[in-house]
Ligand binder design. Structure first.
Ligand code: WTA
Length: 652
């Protein structure tokens, strides 16, 4: 293979730029470089043009109503998300494949738009039959199986609000999210496959359900068609999906939903111990994901689109379900792990389904790098024409590797920055226009007003600061579920009327953005978002723990890993067994994504004189940096002692 002998060092010539190739540019959905100025000159007109590409049941009266920080888009318009993702394709794409699904064990299922329509209609009727009405919340706790898409779209059809909880979260996490959203029905599965093991989701859900009185009915998918024996069902409350689907009509008329009615809530981590329910509404969200899917991924009729994110996270909501399906695309969904049964699974899937657009996270790319290019060579990747990256900063080494070994130097890479809160991609190259640079998410999407600001809100032309969005955009979060106050405080209080994202960023001479990671206590562990306070709460929930402080340490593959400093309660004594027990405890409380990498016992935590834990110092210790200013500490010797202790562990 070409260039196989060239080392990464040779490939990594800092400062290289990658303009779009002529063949790509000529066929791109968006080729006009003036689009940025045009959109900025009239953002409302621009977004309204996008919205008109969707099917509306009633047109809007007003594009935007902005009472900072509360936005309403397409006011007075009526629309249904399932109609836009399914029904409107039936005339032209009845027999086009909507979903190509592969289970970890190799079983496959596919749904044409016609078949997807029937499933969505039926499940919407199941929800209705089980008492779900417009505005009610439905919790969804499923593996990556087609039913997760069907359940979300069925909710949207009747105006119910879905709240998807990642299948890797614990029973406690599920319980907290159900309680906060006051969900009335839960959709789960007997199990799902992960690395050759069954994950018994219903069993885990049962742990939550003893404490969630709002849930009246549970619908359980049988992962393999026939109910698993390890799945106890509670009479009157628990119902099998396949039984329910057979008992209802195959048609359910869609509700005409107000543009500003809630489509879903999705819980994400912030700087407190309690995850917050991000609220997305229907018209604006759909407009944002529809537009970005079409331009960022240059989506065409014959593309096969594979976003590897789990639907439990926002990337799966926007770029497995709503964005691609609103565009009438064919999406690939894979249930399991990338290294199961072998480390070439993703490449085999790309070859088998002739995937043309592949969207994954830097963590995955770094793992592929470590496993080696020989796994890539086992498959034919010639169908690929565009690659994407999302979820955390991509280091130039990983970018170059992705470009060379996966893209074979012909596929543009779109490094896309966005958040659960933003609903859709906000910063990204446009693949037919933008010259890319490894490690930079380049420019705001047309119609997005982004700036770099410093602490006092002054604009930074070239240099570092915080990313800020100065105008509302259609797919922005509208509030936090039942918590307007926290919404205002969290996002709109650093600078008045300007959205504070919580990310550090640098802008270069060309105006390109380079994201540097979070500036708050939010961690990105293998691309998954977890707050340090959540992990700390899990620690102190253990009887042996008096206090804990959690920080992130850079990790070669996962981007960040958890280091925890823990003080013990008498009579508990430090021991390797206790370290293991505490790690398991955190996993049990939150889920395995939050497993601490390292735990350090200490007699004291470094605190300011006013009693605040100085995380900055702990972070310095965890990354092995020389200690910064310790003069504000109540007892500087605490930190010195900790640092020595940490270094001796690292050395030994
Ligand atoms: C980070 C995921 C750098 C960022 C879509 C953001 C990124 C947080 C990128 C949101 C990127 C996401 N480059 N950092 N391309 N994409 N992030 O809500 O810190 O799970 O604030 O949404 O991920 O994470 P969330």
């Amino acid at each position: 293979m070409k260039n196989r002998t060239i080392s990464l060092e040779t490939l990594l010539q800092e400062g290289r730029k990658f303009p779009p190739s002529d063949p790509f540019r000529r066929q791109a959905n968006i080729q006009d470089p003036d689009i940025y100025q045009k959109a900025a000159a009239d953002p409302e007109g621009y977004w309204a043009r996008w919205a008109r590409e969707l099917d509306w049941m009633k047109p809007w009266d007003q594009v935007l109503e902005w009472n900072p920080p509360f936005a309403k888009w397409f006011v007075g318009g009526k629309i249904n998300a399932s109609v836009n993702c399914v029904d409107r394709h039936l005339s032209q794409r009845q027999n086009k494949v909507a979903i190509l699904w592969e289970g970890e064990t190799g079983d496959t299922r596919r749904f044409t738009y016609g078949e997807l329509s029937e499933q969505v209609n039926r499940f919407a009727n199941v929800l209705k039959k089980r008492g779900i009405q417009r505005g009610d919340r439905v919790a969804i706790y499923l593996p990556m199986i087609p039913e997760i898409v069907i359940a979300c779209l069925a909710c949207s059809r009747i105006g119910a609000v879905h709240s998807v909880v990642f299948g890797g979260f614990s029973a406690d996490s599920l319980r907290d999210r159900i309680l906060d959203a006051h969900a009335e029905l839960l959709v789960t599965a007997d199990f799902g496959w992960r690395r050759g093991k069954r994950l018994f989701l219903k069993q885990s859900a049962d742990g939550a359900l003893t404490q969630t009185p709002s849930i009246e009915n549970v619908v359980v998918v049988a992962r393999e068609g026939t109910p698993s024996k390890e799945c106890p069902m509670k009479g009157g409350r628990d119902h099998w999906w396949h039984d329910e689907m057979g008992k209802v009509e195959a048609s359910c008329p869609p509700e005409a939903i107000d543009a500003e009615e809630m489509l879903f809530t999705l819980y994400t981590s912030g700087t407190t111990g309690k995850p917050k329910g991000i609220v997305h509404t229907t018209g604006g969200y759909l407009t944002g994901v529809y537009a970005t899917t079409k331009w960022v991924f240059d989506l065409k009729e014959n593309d096969v689109f594979w976003c590897t994110a789990d639907i439990g996270w926002v990337t799966g909501h926007s770029y497995v379900i709503y964005g691609p399906l609103a565009n009438g695309a064919t999406v690939v969904i894979y249930e399991g792990a990338p290294d199961w049964p072998e480390k070439d699974r993703f490449w085999k899937i790309i070859e088998k389904y002739k995937v043309t657009i592949f969207y994954t996270a830097p963590t995955a790319i770094r793992a592929f790098m470590k496993w080696g290019a020989q796994w890539v060579d086992r498959a034919d990747l010639s169908s690929l024409r565009l690659l994407g990256s999302v979820g955390e900063p991509i280091n130039p080494e990983a970018w170059i590797w992705y470009h060379h070994y996966i893209g074979k130097e012909k596929c543009p890479i779109v490094d896309t920055w966005w958040q659960t809160e933003t609903g859709c991609i906000l910063m990204t190259p446009l693949p037919g226009i933008t010259t890319t640079k490894p490690g930079s998410a380049t420019k705001p999407f047309p119609g997005i007003a982004a700036e770099v600001l410093n602490d006092s809100g002054e604009r930074v032309e070239v240099g570092g600061g915080y990313v800020a969005i100065t105008k509302p955009w259609p797919s922005m979060l509208r509030t936090l579920f039942n918590d307007d106050e926290r919404y205002v405080k969290q996002y709109w209080s650093k600078w008045k009327g300007i959205y504070f994202a919580g990310d550090g960023v640098k802008r270069d001479e060309d105006g390109d953005f380079w994201f540097l990671g979070r500036v708050d206590d939010v961690l990105k562990l293998a691309g998954h978002r977890i707050g340090t306070m959540e992990v700390e709460s899990a620690f102190v929930d253990h009887p042996a723990v008096a206090e804990s402080a959690v920080v992130g340490r850079p990790h070669d593959i996962k981007g960040e890993a958890i280091v925890a400093f823990v003080t013990l309660r008498e009579p508990a004594k430090p021991s390797p067994e206790l370290i293991e027990e505490l790690k398991e405890h955190v996993v049990k409380k939150i889920g395995s994504i939050a497993r601490p990498e390292e735990i350090l016992f200490t007699v004291d935590l470094p605190k300011t004189r006013s009693g605040k834990i100085m995380r900055r110092l702990l972070r310095d210790i965890a990354v092995g940096k020389a200690l910064g200013d310790t003069t504000t500490l109540a007892d500087p010797s605490v930190v010195e002692g900790l640092k020595r202790q940490y270094e001796s562990i690292e050395a030994g």
